[in-house]
Design a protein. Structure first.
Length: 260
């Protein structure tokens, strides 16, 4: 029995107790490295600032039917706008490093077997965020802008404030990126033992109703086809979350049996 106890894997924090100041120092270190990554990402994006604004962010307005006209209302508007957009782009570009630094901070509380999955978690967290951002950029934003530009009286010309336009575009991209993190959120909740696959399956019908309401809320206009186009990926994410939770809980139960 004593030999078996020595084989049990313990979290790193159990092997070496960290004081409050150790945790604080580790947090400071990880925050600094995260900020360094954001600074590097911002510098890189600043070099491509014109391409980011003209070829990427303005493209949905140019290709809207009819095209939207964008105007700047402040003398320093474009300068502040470029700085803001470059910073947001830098934050997104440095997202893998930020996620990695977060997991390095919580690493002492992980089991040795769990620590080897850090790079996979960083990859899939980034993947789902980029997938969500792409969904917002290529599907939601073009449909929304075409609806807004064609809605209302033809006697009123739509000339959109540049701050409002870029706020809408970047907000939509970031929001979709966060929503698409649902499988990763489910993974964390399953790791903490808060949810399991039975819970998600039991409330699947309720989730479908919520998904339809969310799709109706974020989809402009009464077009049912557009709402369904938004609802389908959200439902697929929910089903993926069930699979993720099932695999996570199964692995956790297997480890618990091994340590008995």
């Amino acid at each position: 029995m004593s030999e078996r106890v020595h084989d049990i894997e313990l979290p790193e924090e159990s092997q070496r107790e960290m004081s409050f100041w150790d945790h604080l120092e580790e947090l400071r270190s990880r925050l600094i490295w995260s900020l360094v990554g954001i600074a590097i990402g911002t510098a890189v994006c600043a070099f491509f600032a014109d391409a980011i604004v003209n070829k990427f962010l303005l493209a949905p307005a140019i290709h809207a039917v009819p095209p939207l006209k964008i105007q700047n209302l402040k003398p320093y508007g474009q300068l502040m706008l470029y700085m803001e957009l470059v910073f947001i782009a830098g934050v997104i570009l440095s997202l893998p490093n930020t996620i990695y630094q977060f997991w390095k901070f919580v690493q002492p509380a992980l089991y040795p077997r769990e620590r080897k999955y850090i790079f996979s978690i960083v990859f899939f967290s980034t993947f789902f965020f980029v997938l969500g951002g792409a969904f917002g950029y290529f599907i939601l934003i073009p449909n929304a802008l075409s609806f807004f530009s064609g809605f209302g009286s033809k006697s009123i010309e739509n000339i959109i404030d540049v701050q409002a336009y870029f706020g809408f575009v970047t907000g939509m991209i970031l929001a979709c990126g966060v929503v698409f993190e649902l499988p990763m959120l489910s993974f964390f909740l399953a790791k903490l033992g808060i949810i399991n696959q039975q819970f998600l399956k039991k409330y699947r019908r309720h989730a479908v109703i919520v998904i339809l309401l969310v799709a109706a809320a974020i989809t402009p206009g009464p077009d049912v086809a557009s709402q369904v186009m938004v609802a389908i990926p959200l439902y697929l994410l929910y089903e993926i979350s069930i699979i993720v939770v099932k695999v996570t809980r199964s692995g956790k139960r297997r480890k618990e049996k091994e340590t008995e």
